[in-house]
Design a protein around this ligand. Structure first.
Ligand code: CA
Length: 220
């Protein structure tokens, strides 16, 4: 899952990044509205954390422009104070949730998880495929109720697949959502990670669709 953080407060931006990385997300950062708007307009994100008070272009305008351009990724808006008018403008502009500063990082992460789940049509915090279960709160994976140790790359890949069961996902889409913008994107590495996941999870839960990509079996 790839997250965009748009926050001009350097310290807060750093804290958000640290928390998101620790939670296993891939992170891109912007420090003003113009830069943030550009990234959100051109790169695929699974969720965005967007501050309302930003230099160059304010958060509301950034969000309005994305929505006008049919950019539908879930957006968690950060409001500077507990001002009801900020919340109303944010929701009118198309924010999916908001958080008033100061907030606890844990609450931000919980809201982010819920946004990503809901945008993919999942109500529960556990994602299940056959005998594989991923608890999105703890990032713990079990296979037939036994814990499975995954590297952060493997975990990101599994998480992305579990969020999109039954869909054909191309290698390009996977590389775009599993790596940040600076990563040297080589889609062959995806094949290697899928192979490792199949081995660790001891099952052919993910199908290779020749020439198109991968598809996760849908749970009955
Ligand atoms: Ca700000």
């Amino acid at each position: 899952m790839r997250i965009l953080i748009v926050e001009d407060d350097l310290e807060l931006n750093r804290q958000l990044e640290e928390a998101c990385l620790e939670a296993g997300y891939v992170v891109d950062k912007a420090y003003d509205g113009e830069e943030g708007h550009f990234l959100g307009d051109t790169e695929p994100y699974d969720a965005v954390i967007l501050d309302i008070g930003l230099p160059v272009m304010d958060g509301i305008t950034v969000l309005e422009n994305w929505r006008k351009a049919e950019r539908k990724m879930p957006v968690l808006m950060l409001t500077a104070r507990d001002r009801w008018s900020d919340k109303v403008s944010g929701i009118d502009a198309g924010a999916d949730d908001y958080l008033a500063k100061p907030f606890h990082i844990e609450e931000m992460l919980a809201r982010l998880r819920a946004l990503i789940r809901r945008s993919n049509g999942h109500a529960s915090s556990e994602l299940v495929c056959g005998d594989i279960v991923l608890d999105t709160r703890t990032s713990k994976v079990t296979y037939k109720d036994k814990p499975v140790k995954l590297t952060s790359h493997e975990l990101r890949l599994l998480s992305y697949l579990l969020h999109h069961p039954g869909e054909i996902i191309s290698r390009t889409e996977l590389t775009e959502h599993l790596y940040d913008q600076d990563f040297d994107k080589d889609s062959n590495t995806i094949e290697v990670f899928v192979g490792r996941l199949r081995k660790k999870l001891n099952t052919d839960f993910v199908e290779t669709v020749r020439g198109l990509g991968y598809r996760l079996q849908e749970s009955e």
